[in-house]
Design a binder for this molecule. Structure first.
Ligand SMILES: Nc1ncnc2c1ncn2[C@@H]1O[C@H](COP(=O)(O)OP(=O)(O)OP(=O)(O)O)[C@@H](O)[C@H]1O
Ligand SMILES: [Mg+2]
Length: 345
């Protein structure tokens, strides 16, 4: 068997995220985890791919005129079709054995709120990237499976997936979605919040990469108890005289900068609770809420959500990998989970 295994296709599950793309191979687990970024070299109007993933992300915001670094996914769906396809192809090629005789079957997760047109675009780009068959799975279901929630039980389970582009709040029972709501608030909005706060309050211009670094190192959803918290030295451009400037930013300031997106996430959870049938809502009060996605790592977000909703909040074990693990499990246990995968055929 072993001798021949390389000849057969490796079926895959892909979490095509706004911020990160992960690829899971059946029987192997996650084999690739890279930023969803493509960098092009542009000469005389002709574009050639320069870098994809990690290397391309390093170029974001730092490119000369001849290089363009693009994030093809926005708010969970494809914003730039050609670039997305290029990226998917690149990642598949990177993990797929060239010796394989047959094309792989690929399952991709899509936001619950994706329109039929957006779903078709994702399916198409996976097929033209070399898939034999393309199945779609709703991201909240994948997130819940990946977080180990008992989604096939007849009880209400609430999962909140906070990604780069969107936050999806879903209530699941008996293996399907009872209620789901997608709000276009996630890590990107948090970064923008930090950028505009520094511009307004400090006349300091910083780029997206710096904003993300501030968020992941000292970001917090809640005012620190001492009213200040930790501090971080940051560099940017002084908007008054145009020269580089260094300044200190505290956790209290970051909490203020993030207040709006955090509030919107809390509200989405409250609205979901109100719309959930009473018996399922009672289950959620009993069992609490599971947070997944990179945004779940924001400091004290669980506390802020608990204070505002009164619910017990759990952050999943590996929030950045949950959706990919869940999509992978759907592939591994396809017979039991067939109804959650949409093959459109
Ligand atoms: N420690 C951290 N604190 C706060 N945010 C974080 C942390 N680590 C990562 N993030 C953020 O998580 C986001 C990426 O999360 P994730 O990979 O789940 O998103 P995605 O799946 O690509 O996006 P989407 O699901 O919206 O398409 C980024 O915005 C990143 O800055
Ligand atoms: Mg995601």
């Amino acid at each position: 068997m072993r001798l021949f295994s390389g000849l057969f296709s490796a079926d895959m599950a892909i979490d095509l995220g706004t911020a990160n793309t992960l690829v899971y191979i059946r029987g192997k687990g996650i084999v690739l985890n890279e930023p969803s970024v493509v960098a092009y070299h542009v000469k005389d109007g002709v574009k050639t791919v320069l870098a994809v993933g990690e290397d391309a992300k390093l170029m974001l915001g730092r490119t000369p005129g001849s290089i363009e670094a693009i994030r093809p996914m926005r708010e969970g769906v494809i914003a730039d079709f050609d670039v997305a396809e290029e990226m998917i192809k690149h990642f598949i090629r990177k993990v797929h054995r060239r010796t394989s005789l047959s094309k792989p079957k690929i399952i991709v997760c899509v936001p619950h709120g994706a329109t039929p047109v957006e779903k078709r675009a994702i399916r198409q780009s996976v097929l033209s990237a070399g898939a034999r068959r393309a199945g779609l799975i709703a991201e909240p279901i994948a997130a819940a499976i990946g977080a180990g929630m008992p989604i096939t039980d007849p009880t209400g389970n609430m999962v909140v997936d906070i990604g780069g582009g969107t936050t999806e709040v879903a209530v699941l029972s008996l293996g399907d979605i009872v209620y789901a709501r997608s709000v276009r608030v996630g890590g990107d909005r948090m970064d923008e919040g930090i950028i505009s706060y520094l511009r307004r309050q400090h006349n300091l211009l910083i780029g997206e990469a710096t904003a993300e670094r501030i968020k992941t190192s000292i970001g917090t959803a809640r005012m620190p108890d001492d009213g200040r918290g930790q501090a971080l030295m940051i560099r940017g451009r002084d908007l008054l005289n145009g020269v580089p400037k260094e300044t200190e930013i505290t956790q209290a300031q970051v909490a203020e900068a993030l207040a709006e997106p955090v509030q919107q996430i809390c509200e989405a959870v409250m609205i979901a609770l109100e719309a959930t049938p009473p018996d399922l809502a009672a289950d959620i009060v009993d069992r609490g809420v599971m947070l997944t996605g990179g945004g779940a790592l924001l400091g004290d977000l669980d506390l802020a959500l608990r204070e505002q909703t009164g619910l017990a909040i759990t952050v999943a074990d590996e929030p950045l990998r949950c959706v990919a693990i869940g999509t992978g499990k759907a592939l591994e246990f396809e017979n039991q989970l067939r109804h959650v995968i949409d093959y459109d055929s």
